[in-house]
Structures are given as structure tokens and as C-alpha cells.
Design a protein around this ligand. Structure first.
Ligand code: HGY
Ligand code: MN
Ligand code: MN
Length: 411
């Protein structure tokens, strides 16, 4: 039986691990806050008799063998790292769901043909180094040396932080999972949008996840005295960036109903009131359910960049951080979720996810599915993020039954 009070205790405990108490959740990958949350989860998994391990990319897992040795595992989980000043549920809802699923199975003595494996995937948000979905990408595709050289806001590279966390960056390849070793991947996540609440439904069945492209753009001009340099002689990088922010918006706005594009962060150097900005670095995030639309948006933004550089005598640098294609959930996994909801008599709503999730990467390794729980006011990536525990209990119940169906219960 899914236990409401255990779910509340888990969420409350994980929420305490934040670098910004009172101002939302800030739990960056491999931070002290994440360490504290991992220790709690590892202890809870050990108490359930799971074999707890950390792979080469820092992914934490807890595994319960099935009755058939060597059978592919049902993997289920999410992430616990957050954006800065984010919410308490983005990620942790999925980890708590996985934990409570196994607790309920162990409590009821339920056994399965396939092994069950909870996974806590690292740096999903990319909040520390920019390239998100790290843990799942390490499991499915592997990470490049270039990515290990990415530095965070304190100038610390992934490789350095891995070492300080007790991981050997040279062994990151050991995180790779062989195809055929995973039966399915299931993730419970908060919707981070308004639909479930608007429909009064507690369980969302994700049919597809949008494609995402992340870039870092640097515009280089020339630092000059803000008082003595005539406007016509300036190479003002911030003027170029201002035009690009609008161009990014316009590129998405004019293409399809669902395309979105965002300049989420922007840094000006030297950043003094009396110096013409010499260099500006900003991020571009593009999303849509269609690859063709994404291609159009990307081409339009790159064309705008060339035009702005030409108009304002700037140099432009375009660096790709991440590219993930739109992905459909697997019919059998969605079917298991639908069957589970039917057994429990819970209504569901089918939907596309506008947010990216580890599940979109794990789809490259095994059939994947996602279940959503409602977000109050559709809010997320902010301290206002909230999911009512009764809604979470309903979504977890469906999720747990779907895991049981996929893992093939033995009497
Ligand atoms: O960016 C996203 O959609 C997710 O929250 N990482
Ligand atoms: Mn997020
Ligand atoms: Mn998330």
C-alpha cells in the first residue's frame, strides 16, 4: 500500500537539503546539499535490502534482484539536483515515488521475475555546468572528455568535482548500460504545467517529450570609454545581444503553435557602467515536438546572429551544449500505466511534456514511459512549485502498479 505519511516524510526530508533555505530549493549536482540528500536515500534503500551502488557518472542506484537471474531490470527513478531557487518536487517527486514503490512491494512481500532498480540520475538540470541530463546520457551514450572539462561558476571542472566526490573521471565510461540489460525505464515527474489541475485529473500519461537544443553564444565587440567613444565607432556586444534576445523569441514565435525558445542566462563583460560592453555570453534553449520546426528555429536564430554580427561589427561564437530529439513514450509502457490506472479506478489525461526529462535519454536504452502529477498553478522552477500529497499518492499508486506489471509479478 502506498503510504501517504512516508511520502510526506521523504519530501520534507529532501526539502531540507537546500543551499537557499526560505528561498526555494537550490541543490546543485555534487554539492553538499546533494550529498546530504543522497545519504538519506542510500540509507532508505539499504534499509529495504536493496544493493546500493554509485556508477562512474555518480548515478546512485538501489537494486532488488528478481526471481530470474540475468533478466533485464526495470529501471525507475529521476533526479534530485535542482535549478537555483527552484521547487521541492521537480525531481524528488520521482525519487520518492520510486522509493515508496519498493517499500510497498517489500512490505507486501511482492516478488517479480525482473530485477527492480531505483536510479537517482545526476545533473539532470544542468544547473552547475550547463549540459543537463548528464546521468542518463552517461548511462545511454557516454560523456565526452570535452564535457568533463566544462567549468562551473567557481571555475571547477566536472572532472575536478568528480574527483572531489570520490569518482574517477577516467572511469565514467563504466556508467554505460548495455542494451538488453534494461526491460523498461519509468519516471514519475511533476507536470510543471497547468493541464492536470485545469482538468481536475491527478494522473498524466506522457505520450511524447519535446526535442531540446541548448546553445551558448558569445558575442565579442570592443571595450571603449562610455563617455568619449562616438556611437558610430562602437562595437557594442550588448546591443548585439539585445537584438538576439528578440530574434530568439521571434524565431520560435513565428514557427508552429508549440515552439518555444528562451535566452535564460546572459553575462556581460567587463560589466561596468562606463565601459562599452566588450563581450556578452548567453544561452539559447529551443524546444518543440517536431524536429523540422526545431531545424527552422535553429536556422533562423543562426541567420539572425550572422546579421547582427555584420551590422554591429561583432564576432559571434556558437557552441552546442546539448541536442535531444523529440521522443515518443513506448506503447507497452504507456499501456502498463493505463492498465494500472484502470485497476485503481483513477482517471488519466494523455499529454506531451514541454519539459525535458531523463526519460527522453533513457528511451535510447529501453522502452520508456512517464507519469505526471499535477503542479499547482502550473508553477515550477520556482519556490512556488507545489503538488498536493493526495495527488502525488494517486500518481505513485499508478506508477507502482505499472512497475509491477512490467517486472512481471510471481506468486
Ligand atoms: O529543462 C527542463 O525542461 C528540465 O527541467 N530539466
Ligand atoms: Mn527541472
Ligand atoms: Mn525535472
Amino acid at each position: 500500500m502506498i503510504d501517504r505519511s512516508r511520502i510526506e516524510r521523504d519530501i520534507r526530508t529532501l526539502t531540507q537539503w537546500t543551499a537557499t533555505p526560505g528561498e526555494g530549493t537550490t541543490r546543485l549536482a555534487f554539492s553538499a546539499e546533494e550529498k546530504g540528500a543522497r545519504a538519506y536515500l542510500a540509507a532508505e534503500m539499504e534499509a529495504l535490502g536493496l544493493v546500493v551502488a554509485t556508477d562512474g557518472a555518480g548515478n546512485l542506484s538501489g537494486r532488488l534482484e528478481g526471481t530470474e537471474r540475468g533478466a533485464p531490470a526495470v529501471l525507475f527513478g529521476s533526479h534530485i539536483d535542482s535549478v537555483r531557487n527552484g521547487g521541492d518536487y521537480d525531481g524528488p517527486a520521482g525519487i520518492v515515488a520510486a522509493l515508496e514503490t519498493v517499500r510497498s512491494f517489500v512490505e507486501e512481500g511482492r516478488r517479480f521475475r525482473h530485477p527492480l532498480e531505483i536510479v537517482v540520475l545526476t545533473e539532470e538540470e544542468g544547473g552547475r555546468w550547463g549540459a543537463g541530463l548528464q546521468g542518463s546520457r552517461a548511462m545511454v551514450r557516454g560523456l565526452s572528455d570535452e564535457e568533463l572539462a566544462l567549468v562551473d561558476g567557481e571555475g571547477l571542472s566536472k572532472a575536478e568535482v568528480f574527483r572531489s566526490f570520490g569518482l574517477d573521471p577516467a572511469r565514467i565510461g563504466e556508467a554505460l548500460r548495455k542494451p538488453g540489460t534494461v526491460r523498461a525505464f519509468l519516471e514519475l515527474h511533476i507536470e510543471q504545467g497547468p493541464l492536470l489541475e485545469a482538468e481536475g485529473v491527478a494522473v498524466g500519461l506522457v505520450t511524447a517529450i519535446v526535442g531540446i537544443r541548448e546553445f551558448v553564444v558569445t558575442l565579442r565587440g570592443r571595450a571603449d570609454h562610455a563617455g568619449t567613444t562616438p556611437l558610430a565607432l562602437r562595437q557594442d556586444a550588448l546591443r548585439g545581444a539585445a537584438r538576439m534576445v528578440e530574434a530568439v523569441h521571434d524565431a520560435a514565435c513565428s514557427r508552429g503553435e508549440t515552439a518555444v525558445a528562451t535566452v535564460g542566462s546572459l553575462t556581460v563583460r567587463p560589466g561596468a557602467y562606463n565601459v562599452v560592453p566588450a563581450e556578452v555570453t548567453f544561452t539559447v534553449d529551443m524546444r518543440d515536438a517536431s524536429t523540422a520546426v526545431l531545424d527552422e528555429v535553429e536556422a533562423a536564430v543562426r541567420a539572425s546572429l550572422a546579421r547582427v554580427c555584420d551590422d554591429l561589427s561583432l564576432q559571434g561564437e556558437w557552441k552546442e551544449l546539448m541536442r535531444v530529439a523529440p521522443v515518443a513514450a513506448d506503447e507497452t509502457v504507456v499501456g502498463a500505466l493505463r492498465e494500472a490506472a484502470g485497476k485503481l479506478g483513477l482517471p488519466t489525461l494523455s499529454m506531451t511534456s514541454g519539459a525535458g526529462h531523463d526519460a527522453m535519454i533513457m528511451a535510447g536504452l529501453a522502452p520508456m514511459g512517464m507519469v505526471f502529477a499535477p503542479s499547482r498553478g502550473g508553477k515550477s522552477h520556482s519556490p512556488e512549485e507545489f503538488t498536493a500529497v493526495d495527488d502525488l499518492v494517486s500518481a505513485v499508486a499508478v506508477y507502482a502498479e505499472a512497475v509491477a506489471l512490467l517486472a512481471q509479478e510471481v506468486s
